[in-house]
Design a binder for this molecule. Structure first.
Ligand code: AHR
Length: 496
């Protein structure tokens, strides 16, 4: 086998943790994400609570998803929360104009979402409607959710079956306000943010963490204008959205399952753009907020391909290959390595939409390669970030090159060290010699995710083609940890 060498040095323990909220998820009223994903027909013969599918809940609980963003996306800016409360049969129907023009019956609303979060043991992150809603509407939604006082709106929540306040704290003030959220300029949005945020009140035990609608990819001016004009004290976070498009062309994104090495390489080039984005957005934030009080929240990310042939193009249903796993792992390494500023992120979009963790078909459910990456990486949640220096060989295709290996590391509360390494090279094994300065360890164990082909996927007939296996390619040699990373693989090691 072709092979090359590199090295990793863990240089010490940093002064911050990797926020668990980097491992967040996003679920929009889009395609088969909510309806037919989480919330299924009452006659579907699977275990359910109300209409919430419990096999999906159990799988997500296992990977400890820390937060769930809802109801959109673009849908958030046409969602009116009052339509989604009260007796289900009486709820108004609307057309989901962004996603397939289908009828939204509002059977999954505020109480259903919060019941789902409770089952998942995850924190809700609600995106409020700025685009087509009013300040009053957003303000009353928060009162409905969080107030324990006697007011008409708070009483409505009690009458609808939830006497206690929900205490929702993560609050998005609009979504993509530069685009589907209202086509605003950054200056206009800043003023809107201030109006909406002023009336988004804190209630006892529910101090809001307001997240401003941030930049589209490399729109650095958006970040600059928001940071300059919104006081740091007014926002907990500023968002940024970036999707990896295999071809780089939004009109013909590329297939999820059929691609050659050149397209794979190009996809990884586009994936690593995230490194440049978080570096440059963080640098702008540093200018106005040197103490790093405001979080950079990458609240939509992932690979976006052409939809699966034969599916509704407005539903954004795509398969998930080993390539997706390498994208997820590499992106999470980027977030971990920027965790001083990136303190929240949400993968788009959990079930049956875009880079999903789970795909369902009637009673069947499969875990995607991306799911397994989140399973491996959960050890980094709230662990102390470890500083690292990496020396990686190159992965070259057609005279262009990328670093073959990327890595991140942390130390958990019990003192265990975890290293996550990705080898994106499709052809070469890489041997990494690792030194851990000032950190003690005796034993090493690990897990690996790989497969024979970069295009391999899990299917309903072969659900475990790509799954986690024990990794035996790490050993101690002359005081160093030597790791042999197979081509196109993700490895997480635990050092005790
Ligand atoms: O995730 C799909 C869509 O992508 C979201 O609705 C929107 O915010 C973004 O453009």
């Amino acid at each position: 086998f072709a092979q090359s060498n590199g090295s990793v040095t863990v240089t010490g323990v940093s002064d911050h943790i990797i926020s668990k909220h980097i491992y967040g998820q996003f679920a929009e009223h889009l395609g088969r994400g909510i309806y037919d994903g989480f919330w299924v027909d009452k006659n579907l013969p699977v275990k359910k609570q109300d209409r919430i599918r419990l096999d999906v809940v159990e799988a997500l609980k296992k990977i400890k998803i820390p937060n769930l963003r809802w109801p959109g996306g673009c849908f958030a800016d046409e969602y009116h929360w009052r339509d989604g409360i009260g007796p289900r049969l009486q709820r108004p129907k609307m057309v989901n104009t962004n996603w397939g023009g289908i009828t939204e019956d509002n059977s999954f609303g505020t109480h259903e979402f919060l019941a789902l979060c409770k089952l998942l043991n995850t924190e809700p992150y609600i995106a409020g409607n700025v685009g087509s809603g009013t300040v009053e509407e957003m303000s009353k939604w928060i009162e409905y959710l969080n107030s324990n006082s006697t007011s008409t709106v708070a009483n409505m929540r009690k009458q609808n079956g939830h006497p206690e306040p929900y205490k929702v704290t993560f609050w998005g003030v609009g979504n993509e306000s530069w685009g589907c959220g209202g086509e605003m300029t950054p200056d206009y949005y800043v003023n809107q943010f201030k109006r909406y945020a002023s009336f988004a009140k804190n209630y006892p035990g529910a101090s809001l963490k307001k997240i401003a609608s941030g930049a589209n990819s490399d729109d650095y001016n958006w970040t600059e204008v928001c940071m300059k004009n919104i006081p740091n004290s007014m926002m907990w976070g500023l968002s940024m959205h970036y999707y990896t498009i295999p071809t780089g062309n939004w009109n013909k994104k590329g297939s999820a399952t059929s691609f050659d090495e050149k397209e794979y390489f190009n996809t990884m080039v586009n994936c690593f753009k995230m490194e440049e984005l978080v570096t440059k957005h963080s640098a702008i934030m540093d200018k106005y907020d040197p103490a790093k009080k405001v979080a950079l929240a990458v609240d939509e990310w992932g690979i976006w391909t052409d939809p699966e042939p034969g599916t509704n193009p407005g539903f954004l249903y795509q398969q998930n290959s080993l390539r997706d796993a390498l994208i997820a792992a590499s992106t999470l390494n980027i977030f971990n390595n920027h965790s001083d500023r990136v303190r929240m992120a949400e993968l788009a979009q959990t079930v049956n939409v875009l880079q999903a963790l789970i795909l369902t078909e009637k009673t069947k459910m499969i875990l995607t390669p991306t799911y397994h990456v989140f399973d491996m990486y959960k050890v980094h949640q709230n662990a102390k970030y470890l500083n690292i220096a990496l020396n990686s060989p190159n992965y070259e295709v057609d005279g262009k090159s990328l670093k073959a290996v990327n890595v991140s590391a942390s130390q958990d509360a019990a003192g265990k060290i975890h290293l996550s390494l990705v080898n994106i090279d499709m052809n070469k094994t890489v041997t990494i010699s690792t030194e851990l300065k000032g950190l003690q360890w005796k034993t090493v164990t690990g897990q690996i995710l790989t497969s024979a082909n970069i295009t391999d996927v899990n299917t309903f007939s072969q659900p475990s083609k790509i799954t986690l296996r024990n990794f035996t390619g790490a050993k101690q040699e002359n005081g160093k940890l030597v790791v042999t990373l197979p081509a196109k693989s993700v490895v997480t090691l635990e050092l005790n």
